[in-house]
Design a binder for this molecule. Structure first.
Ligand SMILES: [Zn+2]
Length: 163
């Protein structure tokens, strides 16, 4: 595996374990040249890609990188580790492939990303929601901020906010 830091292909696996309930193998690696550590995941390749149906009805292939860009933008400089963001996108992707057969509405992806961000960080959540949910006015955002302040940060309770 090529080291993401020094780009040399020379590393040792220092830890290997099941991840995502057995759906993946997580390997912790150490570069033999720069000694920095990085993580790789091995999982079954998906042969059928999901299609995202946008609000205007257009269709594009699902791409986890696009989800990651939205998450990274929402998180900004908040203290959220890169691994947490990766984990968010990865588990969301698994969930989407489990719940949808061929097509998934972009609004549904937005709702699920928002629910996950809310469990992670209130500010990142509000940023994401104000970009992607139908908040039209500053009052809409203020109302959501109030809802965040008043309700417990429990993942199970969040779905209903978006349904
Ligand atoms: Zn290296």
């Amino acid at each position: 595996m090529i080291c993401p830091f020094c780009k040399v292909d020379d590393d040792s696996v220092i830890d290997s374990r099941e991840a995502d309930g057995g759906a993946a193998v997580r390997r912790r690696r150490e570069c033999n040249r720069c000694t920095r550590r990085f993580t790789t995941y091995e999982r079954v390749e998906r042969t059928e890609r999901l299609t995202v149906v946008k609000r205007d009805g257009s269709r594009v292939p699902f791409n986890g990188d696009n989800v990651m860009r939205g998450v990274v933008a929402a998180c900004g400089k908040r203290p959220i580790a890169a691994e947490q963001k990766e984990e968010l996108v990865r588990t969301l992707e698994d969930e989407l492939y489990r719940d949808f057969e061929k097509e998934v509405p972009s609004a549904e992806i937005g709702r699920r990303v928002a629910a996950r961000l809310r469990a992670l960080d209130d500010i990142a959540y509000i940023r994401f929601a104000s970009e992607h949910q139908d908040f039209r006015t500053i009052e809409d955002i203020a109302a959501e901020v109030k809802a965040v302040q008043e309700s417990p940060r429990d993942v199970k309770d969040q779905r209903q906010l978006f349904e």
